[in-house]
Design a protein around this ligand. Structure first.
Ligand code: THU
Length: 133
């Protein structure tokens, strides 16, 4: 866990946030052991911004990896220590596309030693998934 958190902290350094100055870094772990780092990437047209979680998930999926076990999220205001940073609704929905809600873990970390762990089903109950279509 400490290693995954360290990678999320490292990814946060790359966040491109000239507008919000709120920096998020993640480390997504695939079931095959591979990890994917991601950061938020903002845009002058605000809705074009991509969250850190989706950056990492889309990186992985575009490399052919679609089975994931957990994601570590580290976020907070620029030049401040990270606070617990829960994923936004859109990112939860994207997680639900690829991850088993019963087992996928979402870890919110302030530091290598201080973190909280949730299951996707706790953060996105009664989700709309492809089986319904
Ligand atoms: N942000 C993320 O990267 N992940 C989330 O789940 C919440 C929000 C980013 C988007 C934007 O760049 C900044 O945080 C402020 O909303």
């Amino acid at each position: 866990m400490e290693e995954l958190i360290a990678k999320a902290i490292d990814a946060r350094e790359k966040a491109y946030t000239p507008y919000s100055h709120f920096k998020v870094g993640v480390c997504l772990k695939a079931k095959n052991g591979e990890t994917f780092q991601g950061c938020n990437i903002e845009n002058s047209s605000y809705p074009a911004t991509n969250c850190a979680e989706r950056t990492a998930i889309f990186k992985a999926v575009s490399e052919g990896i679609t089975d994931f076990s957990c994601i570590v999220i580290v976020g907070g205001r620029e030049n401040e220590k990270p606070d617990f940073c829960p994923p936004c609704g859109i990112c939860r929905q994207v997680m639900a596309e690829f991850c088993d809600p019963e087992t996928f873990q979402i870890i919110l970390a302030k530091s290598e030693k201080e973190y909280k762990m949730y299951l996707l089903k706790e953060l996105l109950p009664l989700s709309f998934v492809g089986d319904l279509l």
